[in-house]
Design a protein around this ligand. Structure first.
Ligand SMILES: Nc1ncnc2c1ncn2[C@@H]1O[C@H](COP(=O)(O)OP(=O)(O)OP(=O)(O)O)[C@@H](O)[C@H]1O
Ligand SMILES: [Mg+2]
Length: 334
């Protein structure tokens, strides 16, 4: 059954894909609200590109219970979905055509007349800082410039849903930052849904409204970046920063209520606490010490820490302990 009114851009249940008798995806469930910036994170070989290819209709699942994109069941509704979707793939620019011609040609596939297509091309080239090079053949472009052009091309048809598979690979930090700002703006202003795979956890933490961590073809956790981090990294930490010239021994803080560990770092002391409930009393006690402080700051776990806890620090690392997977393998509330 299709449900065009659904609030979900992507709904997947029980997605399994087997290659040569080995499952690349093993019972994946995903729920991506319309307008979300969704990040699919995971080590090399986790199954991210396989997921994108199946959602994008270029690869068939081996088994699936629900595979619904923009309210349409796939593969039946694929023709209705395709015009509303943009995809950045890693090939397929016309090297001998100019940057403008590449985008304009694509815009014409979406039904724009020549003039409107050229305008759309220039708009996107401008956004990615490529307008001064618009008339040059793409074969002369650097890797990062080609990458920008591929991303621009995925946006030509003003899609409702955009798949970006490692979009910032090859981009310099400024270009990555601009792309993330653009994604944030477009998702808010036009309610466009972005489905991004990436290894850049810092970027994903900033831009994504929802993430899922995939490893070994299994979803280990999904939810907001903060919720995933809290569920996967069960520690509570504060940083106590003394005023300039003031010295505090870690032992003084470790003696305060709720503290379980204290360590002097570069200009501050990191203190682990028993639980969130222990924080207010600890803060009061720290402020009552006979030392001037610049501040006591709550330091929530990062997405990077959660990722390492969920998949291990090495690419292709073995599965985490079963109790960790059980604790975090389901949706976690924001
Ligand atoms: N066409 C194929 N034939 C056989 N095996 C494949 C095929 N495509 C993918 N696989 C296997 O499926 C698994 C997942 O691959 P996939 O490309 O989805 O990983 P990924 O998460 O995108 O990794 P990366 O971060 O390296 O891009 C890998 O073990 C890969 O070898
Ligand atoms: Mg990939």
């Amino acid at each position: 059954m299709s449900d065009p009114g659904s609030g979900l851009a992507v709904e997947v249940r029980g997605l399994t894909r087997v290659f040569d008798a080995v499952p690349a995806l093993d019972g994946v469930d995903l729920e991506i609200p319309r307008g979300a910036v969704f990040g699919l994170l995971g080590p090399n070989g986790a199954g991210k590109t396989t997921t994108v290819r199946i959602l994008n209709g270029v690869l068939d699942p081996t088994r699936v219970d629900v595979l619904r994109v923009l309210g349409q069941d796939l593969p039946q509704g694929a023709d209705l979905v395709r015009p509303q979707v943009g995809v950045q793939t890693d090939t397929n620019l016309y090297d001998r055509l100019s940057a403008r011609a590449n985008l304009s040609l694509f815009a014409r596939f979406y039904g724009l007349a020549k003039k409107a297509a050229d305008q759309r091309a220039d708009e996107l080239l401008d956004m990615f800082g490529l307008l001064p090079r618009a008339a040059e053949r793409v074969e002369k472009f650097s890797k990062g410039m080609k990458q920008k052009l591929l991303i621009a091309r995925s946006l030509v048809g003003a899609p409702s849903l955009v798949y970006l598979d490692e979009p910032t690979a090859g981009l310099d930090p400024e270009a990555s930052h601009e792309l993330m700002s653009y994604i944030r703006t477009v998702s808010r202003a036009q309610h466009t849904t972005f489905f991004i795979t990436s290894h850049r956890l810092d970027e994903m933490e900033d831009v994504c409204t929802k993430v899922a961590v995939l490893a070994g073809g299994v979803i280990r956790a999904q939810g907001s970046p903060a919720a995933v981090a809290r569920a996967a990294v069960p520690r509570v930490r504060v940083h106590v920063t003394p005023a300039p010239g003031v010295r505090i021994a870690p032992g003084e803080l470790l003696a305060l209520p709720g503290a379980t560990h204290a360590e002097s770092l570069d200009g501050y002391i990191a203190v682990d606490l028993r639980s969130v409930r222990a924080v207010p009393e600890f803060v009061r006690a720290a402020a009552a010490l006979p030392h001037d402080l610049l501040g006591v700051a709550d330091v929530p776990p990062t997405l990077q820490e959660a990722y390492l806890a969920l998949v291990g620090s090495q690419p292709g690392a073995p599965d985490p302990a079963p109790d960790t997977a059980a604790q975090t393998g389901t949706e976690v509330a924001s």
